[in-house]
Design a protein around this ligand. Sequence first.
Ligand code: ZN
Ligand code: ZN
Length: 374
Amino acid sequence: MSDFYSLLGVARGAGEADIKKAYRKLAMEYHPDRNSSADAEAKFKEITEAYEVLRDPQKRAAYDRYGKAGVGAGAGAYGFHHVDLSEALNIFMRDFGGFESIFGGMGRQQSESRRGQDIRVTVKLSLREVATGVKKTVKLKSLERCATCDGSGAKPGTHPQRCGTCGGTGEVRRTAQSVFGQFVSVAPCPTCGGQGEVIAEPCEVCRGEGRVRGDRSVTVEIPAGVSDNNYLTLRGQGAAGPRNGPNGDLLVMLDIKEDERFERQGESLVYDLPLSFSQAALGGEFTIPSPLGEQRVEVPAGTQTGTVLRVKGKGLPRLGGGGHGDLQVRVHVWTPEKLTPEQERLLRELATIEGEPPQRGNGFWARLKEALGA
Ligand SMILES: [Zn+2]
Ligand SMILES: [Zn+2]
């Protein structure tokens, strides 16, 4: 097993936020609710173990010093053990919440023996697509109803016959005698496997299965405002069941590409706006990006670094309607690293006439702290 840092793909000096981000990214890829491949579960447990140690400053310090022995079983307060799947799922749920189906979310129908399998697909979305909602077409490779026998499994021209053993009920009953009296047990019919019918001459294309491998395209309408904790359930769009059994469901997972320009906080987006000293001092109107194109923001004269300006309703739409979040513009006053001779001359001139910054303890600092929410 490899090093916890390389498992998460972070540097040894990575901060807590980076560790959390790196883990979440991997977990979204390997979470068993989102990835049904065989290795995903093992990988999910592995990265969750690494995360659970590195997110905890004490465990992390012990790990940095002593390696796995420092956090291994018997390591006292830092007791660490391999997590099983349900622990790993709980850790993910504790820090990142579960997945929420945004439609078709009623309890799953009774699992039927002849129901086809569910299919999971992941759809990649940009932030702009989250802002507008989008239709995506996904190509599925799955089991489709056999066209030759129309799903019955019987060779064309023949029909499945009622099972002679169970008389078509699919069940066999046995009456037995016990000390408590007579009782009846019910079991699936061994002849027809509980289907009530037997196929004398199977369809040659599907060999009596009633379904064959095939491709299909499905168009998925993704509403505006989704997050990657949401998934969509499309009832009956999964694999066909054997011999005209009901289809499984199609589960559409969402993978939202991070937009470097914004930090997403629910429906709100935070944008960092760099301003020069003179821009911040004089104020003015500035152009900023948003997922739906450029916006204007009014910066008042005398804006301090760290001030957050709110552009109302220009964030992301709320899932299921109900307006938009805000675009929050966080101002950063930028200090030039190099000056041309002319800039330096003008700044030196300004320095002789500008006022002194206020001293600590002055009411200004209290107001600034308040503005920054500190
Ligand atoms: Zn067939
Ligand atoms: Zn039978």
